[in-house]
Each structure stands twice: as C-alpha cells, then as structure tokens.
Design a protein around this ligand. Structure first.
Ligand code: MG
Length: 392
C-alpha cells in the first residue's frame, strides 16, 4: 500500500493506529485509491451498497412501522460512527477505519431486530446456524454484487476484521485469515475495539430514548439507575423549568458524554501503561487497550439489565417479536420445501450453493435471502406466500 504517505491523509495517526501503509490489504489487489485513504474507500463502498440502504427499514427493538421517530439500523449505525469518530480523533486512531466498521457492523442483521436473528438461527440450526456478525462479513465479502472484478466490496483486511466481532473456533477455521486472531488469542486493531464499544454507547442511550418515547419505559424506574438518575437530577437543578423531551435529551446527551469521556480516559491510561509501539504490539497486548473503566462497566451493566427487563422483555415487545419469529420461520420453511418460490436471482444463488454444498447450501442461500429482507419486505413476502387474497 505504498504511496499513501505522500498525500498526508493520515499524518496525525498514532504509531499504533492502523494506516493505509500497514494494512494487510484487500483479497483482490487493487491500485491505490489516490486522493482517498484505503479506509475512506472502504467507507464509501459501504455507503453505496444495497445492504446499507436497507438498514433504513430494519429495526433494533421496534418494528419499522411502529413509529417514524424510533431508531432504525441506519440511524443507529450513523450514531455509532459519530461516537466512534469522536473517540478515534481524541486517541489519534484511524477515524476512517472506525467509521467504515461502524457503518458496516449491522449490515448482516435480519429484519425485526434480535427476534429475527434468533428465529433465523433456529431455522439454520442443522445447517451451521445464523449469526449476524458473520452475515455482515458475508455481505461485504460475497453477497453485494456491484463490481466487475470481484464479488462483495473487496474491503481491507482491518475493516473485515472489525466487522467480525466474535466467532466460534469452528467458524474461525472455516473463515481463514480474517478470523485467525480467534485461533491465536490475539486482539483486533484498536479501531475495531473502539467501534465495538461505540456501538454499546449508542444503543444503551438511544434505547432509553426510544423506550421513553414509546411509553414502554417508566421514568421513575429509570431514575433509580445510577447514570440516568444522576444526570436527570443534575439537569433539573440547572434548568428547573425544563420539561418533557428536552429534559430527557439534556440527560441523555450528558450520559453519552460521560461514557465517551470514561472510554477515552481509561484507554489513554491503558495505552500509557502498555506503550504499544505499533499495531503488532496492540494485537499481542493480551487484553483490549480500548476499554471502559471498571466502575463504568458496572454502570453500563446496570443499564443493560434495566433495558433487558423493562424494554426488550416488555410484553408489547414480546408480542411483536413473537409475530416476527413466526414470519421468519414460515418463510424459511416455505422456501426450503420449494426453492422455486424464490425470486429468479435467488433461485440461481440457491442452485449454485446446493451444487456446492448440498442441502446446507440451499439453506444458506435461503438464509441469505431472508437476512436481506427489511421489516416491511418480510411482512409483504409473508402475505404474498400465505394470504390467499393477496394477488401478486
Ligand atoms: Mg449495533
């Protein structure tokens, strides 16, 4: 990847950051991108992909048609990128790489949030399972078809590695170099570590916001949690007349800021202690160098547990996820029984996979099709297949 030093795009990077010089490159070699860094090019390819546009109509907790104000996977991913870039700049890490990982991290998510992922995983249990992380990697490595010379987006190693947050030993063996660190017990780049924690900051805070807006979360109960309670009272002390959405927002922005500061401070402390001289030292550090303080991890855990009990397991959310599960199961079964129900290009994908890997291949192709569906497309497809009155 020579030639990048000259254009000055990555001059401020710390020695342990990933740069266009020390990237392990792309699977299919390409000429340097010229006036962009390698990771700007990755980010741009992600933004132009079909899977990225679909994020607009996929949800995390609420189904897409429940309200226009809730986060979708698209706005979630943009929030992750924003938080990630802020921290990357403070730590002199590669902002473009963090942004690329953040924008791509949810590309493999099914419709209907975690309910969709669990349902598809259950459908695939005899065929290698379904995991959204691995699916995000499949999207950028294989499923996007828009370039003449390669399938997928042909992203840099470090972007792909950042997308693959976790995987089992069996999966690592199948995935090859991108998953080798799981075999060797090495850390990923600091940028990958950061994108992962920026994700956590984003969803913990926006799920509170969406939970309150939907009326599912109880404000008094939320005030019992450490961080929300602290800033809720602090905002009130400073602006006694402030009410409603603005008071909630003033509280949540302080929570985000608090978490970001803690993450930067603790990471700086760990970096000063470990003194990694380069990316290789980061990989061999034995523990993540981007991290929250112990105290903050406790606070985050408290918040996560609160959200699990009061929001993700709320009966109204469960009713929705129950329906979502049925839609996914029924779609999968219908296509497994007769792949000729698939649109022509997926029938072809299916035949291809089946020739190579038998019934497991067919199941994988069907999972690819279902995983790509947005909330509303999955519901529509379900109507088309099961509603006798639906003419299509
Ligand atoms: Mg996420």
């Amino acid at each position: 990847m020579a030639g990048m030093a000259a254009n000055g795009l990555e001059d401020r990077l710390a020695p342990y950051a990933v740069s266009s010089q020390n990237t392990r490159g792309r699977r299919h070699p390409e000429p340097p991108p010229g006036r962009r860094s390698e990771f700007q090019r990755d980010r741009d390819r992600i933004v132009h992909s079909t899977a990225f546009r679909r994020l607009e109509y996929k949800t995390q907790v609420f189904v897409n048609h429940e309200g226009d104000l809730f986060r979708t996977r698209l706005t979630h991913s943009i929030e992750v990128a924003q938080i990630g870039r802020t921290i990357a700049r403070a730590l002199r890490l590669n902002e473009d790489l963090v942004e690329a990982i953040a924008l791509a991290h949810d590309l493999g998510h099914t419709a209907f949030g975690h309910a969709g992922q669990e349902a598809l995983n259950a459908c695939m249990k005899d065929w290698g399972g379904f995991e959204h992380n691995l699916q995000s990697l499949r999207v950028v490595d294989e499923l996007e078809r828009r370039y003449a010379e390669f399938d997928g987006l042909n992203l840099c190693f470090e972007t792909r590695e950042g997308i693959l947050k976790h995987c089992s030993a069996r999966q690592a063996a199948e995935l090859g170099p991108v998953a080798q660190r799981f075999v060797d017990g090495l850390q990923p780049s600091l940028e990958a570590q950061l994108a992962n924690l920026a994700d956590e900051i984003a969803y913990n805070n926006h799920d509170i916001d969406d939970g309150l807006r939907s009326g599912l979360l109880d404000l008094d109960a939320l005030c019992e949690t450490t961080l929300f309670g602290r800033y809720w009272r602090e905002v009130h002390a400073r602006y006694p007349d402030l009410q409603g959405r603005a008071r909630i927002h003033e509280t949540i922005r302080r929570m985000i800021d608090h978490m970001v500061r803690d993450l930067i401070d603790e990471s700086e402390r760990r970096l000063a202690e470990a003194r990694p001289t380069d990316l290789d030292a980061v990989r061999k550090a034995g523990r993540p160098l981007i991290a929250f303080s112990d105290a903050q991890r406790e606070i985050n855990l408290e918040l996560k547990q609160f959200l699990r009990h009061n929001l993700y397991e709320h009966y109204r959310v469960r009713r929705m996820t129950g329906k979502a599960r049925r839609v996914i199961h029924e779609l999968f079964e219908a296509f497994m029984n007769d792949h000729r129900l698939l649109p022509p290009e997926y029938q072809q994908h299916c035949r291809h996979k089946e020739t190579a890997r038998g019934k497991a291949g067919r199941a994988r192709a069907i999972a690819d099709y279902i995983a790509g569906m947005t909330d509303r497309y999955a519901i529509l497809e379900h109507h088309r297949l099961f509603d006798p009155d639906h003419v299509s």
